[in-house]
Design a protein around this ligand. Structure first.
Ligand SMILES: Cc1ncc(COP(=O)(O)O)c(C=O)c1O
Length: 384
């Protein structure tokens, strides 16, 4: 990779090539077995993921979105119910709640971690509240102790949206294993990604696990006798086989991401851009850096400049959930969640994947410096 080559947000090809023989063999094994849905690879993957996430049970499902949906179904959350969650997340979080006919009650974020601010949750609890759905955004756990405490006090379920956070930890506990249920996404860009859409639910509760497993296959048991109205939320065996190969490498990829994140941070400090860094506020956490996100005032200017230098960046997320057109009927107004709205206009995700060389990370940071220098926003002293 030379000094002028494009820097993508992530490079799935590099990961595939490194594991090609193993992955090809796993996929071919499923093809030759003709066992395409559920089956031995799905069961083995479920056991391995449950163990990795320190959860009693794991149910492979069709996506992270369906993981959230099937959890709400299993908990009988629907019409007239409220679920407290963050407005600063991917659409699927709030979408699942609305699809079940329940109301997402938004609660603003902590500006430092981008995660739901636990100090604001208690005031949102009403007689209709059934669950809290924290999101472990960008790979860093939400502050779970106060969330679990409020949930226990009011007898609420906790549905962890750990779609971006497999393997991340809060005070030694793994994301997904702390609440009533935890949901993962295996979308290809996640730290553990399959070859298409996939997801999983974990729980410590056997009865709930059994219900989710039932709902995953149209509530049918035995075959063609339906105890519940579920859906088709099954996981394809090819994805499970791929996930089993990749899971063995997840910790080394996480380590590479953490080292890459530390390098970004050191570079930003070296070039006088410390103010752009999110501070690691929850010190007892293991951040798995699904994304490395900085904050800048002139975000669009920075993006444009980096684009000219062939550096891709991304914005997660430009529109908070309470301002989405499809949720207009919920009645939320601009200005209600100021920290989420500010994050939506200032956050910028930099290229992040385990194989990205540090020299390229430095190029990303130098690109940001050049932009600010040109805009007169960085003193010479600060760059020295
Ligand atoms: C926070 C969050 N929740 C849910 C999802 C949904 O996962 P999937 O794309 O696998 O349906 C995602 C995916 O990006 C996500 O980032």
């Amino acid at each position: 990779m030379d000094n002028n080559s494009p820097i993508p947000m992530l490079d799935l090809k590099a990961q595939y090539l490194a594991l090609k023989p193993e992955l090809d063999e796993a996929v071919m094994r499923v093809i030759e077995s003709t066992h395409f849905i559920n089956g031995p690879d799905v069961e083995a993957m479920e056991q391995e993921v449950a163990q990795y996430c320190r959860a009693g049970h794991c149910i492979g499902v069709s996506s992270g979105s369906d993981a959230l949906l099937v959890c709400l179904m299993a908990l009988d959350i629907g019409q007239g119910d409220e679920v407290i969650t963050t407005p600063y997340t991917f659409f699927a979080t709030a979408g699942a709640i609305v699809r079940m006919g329940a109301r997402p009650v938004f609660c603003d974020i902590d500006p430092v971690t981008f995660n739901i601010d636990p100090a604001q949750i208690a005031a949102k609890v009403t007689k209709r509240t059934r669950a809290i759905m924290p999101v472990h955004l960008f790979g860093q756990c939400a502050e779970m102790d106060p969330i679990l405490e409020i949930a226990s006090k009011h007898k609420l379920a906790v549905i962890e949206d750990a779609a971006q956070a497999i393997g991340s930890e809060y005070k030694g506990r793994r994301a997904g294993s702390m609440g009533t249920v935890g949901c993962y996404s295996f979308f290809p860009s996640k730290n553990l990604g399959c070859f298409g859409d996939g997801g999983a639910v974990v729980t410590q509760d056997r009865a709930l696990a059994d219900k989710i497993r039932l709902l995953r296959g149209h509530g049918s048991h035995p075959k063609y006798f339906h105890k519940l109205v579920g859906g088709n939320f099954r996981l394809d065996s090819i994805h499970a086989a791929v996930l089993r190969v990749k899971l063995k490498h997840l910790d080394s990829w996480t380590q590479a991401r953490q080292q890459g994140a530390a390098y970004y941070t050191a570079c930003l400090m070296k070039y006088g851009l410390g103010r752009l860094i999110e501070a690691p506020k929850i010190l007892q956490s293991r951040h798995i850096f699904n994304q490395y996100v900085v904050r800048c005032d002139d975000r669009e200017g920075v993006r444009e400049h980096l684009k000219k230098e062939k550096i891709t960046t991304e914005v997660y997320y430009p529109q908070p959930m309470h301002l989405q057109e499809c949720f207009a009927n919920l009645g939320y107004k601009k200005g209600e969640f100021p920290e989420s709205e500010l994050a939506a206009v200032t956050s910028l995700a930099l290229p992040m994947y385990p194989e990205l060389p540090n020299a390229q990370r430095e190029r990303v940071v130098r690109g940001i410096v050049t932009h600010f220098e040109a805009a007169g926003k960085l003193s010479r002293r600060a760059t020295a």
